[in-house]
Design a protein around this ligand. Sequence first.
Ligand SMILES: O=C(O)CCC(=O)C(=O)O
Length: 293
Amino acid sequence: MSDDTSIDKELLARGYAHIPHRLPDDLLARLIRISAASVERASVAHRAANRSQGSLINIATDPGYAELVAAPEILNGLAGLGFCDLRFQSGFLISKPGNSPALFWHQDWWGWSLESSYLACPQQIGVMVYLGRTSVANGCLRVLPGSHQRSHRLHDSITAHDAGLSRVEDERHELCQSFQGEVALPSKPGDVLVIDARLLHSAYPNTTDQERMLLTLWYHPFWPDLPRGIRAHAANVFDGAVSDISHDSRPTPRSWPPEALKKIAALVPEPPGGPPVEFDRRPDTNRMEAMRD
Ligand SMILES: O=C(O)CCC(=O)C(=O)O
């Protein structure tokens, strides 16, 4: 595992970082165009099943996203935070329609069975690129700083990407509410938000009548040093052999045309051989430091 001293101190302590003005306007314009078309194509059933997220569209459905996955502005931004030897696992277009409910609180890490998940260094990071200006009013990200390392009472009520929560069967569910200590992370077009996959996060309801589009990309830093089982699972997700969400994650970038696949070649997680880690989305809170809420 990496020497933590190379990683941005604030990211290590809080579990997130905000890199302003990173992406060029022309790239954003292309992303907005393909993402709006993709949202337009999403079925009513897909949007109902993912009402809390708004949509959960695998970015492998469009090779146009290759330039975002490999964008030097993102990779250099991550290097500036101390993350090197990156591999890409998966990415999603999460688009909240106007007048839609909150996204439920969750964390996205799946390797909690391993001791390395209770160390400071993240083994997976999420890069969030909001395609328009976000605020509390239109459903920006909110986070519980420090919850990537310290236990929080929300850890006990989270069943991770539960289908009923995704459909928002009960808007009064505590995982859909505000919590003491939460921090809103509004964003401007071109900004990049980075989170430790273990961080508890959610999004406010979108109270405007405008769609709010987000692209979330999941990378693994320090790839050669990660436990073999983590690398095996990440490679399986990339290849579509297993899903990191509750339904099928195919297609995979392996099906992209050669010129798109070439753009991300250095980021492809090659399988290390051997079995994947046991998929475990629930932290052992006894191993996390107690955190008051
Ligand atoms: O919709 C958002 O703002 C947050 C999305 C999210 O939680 C995720 O990508 O894991």
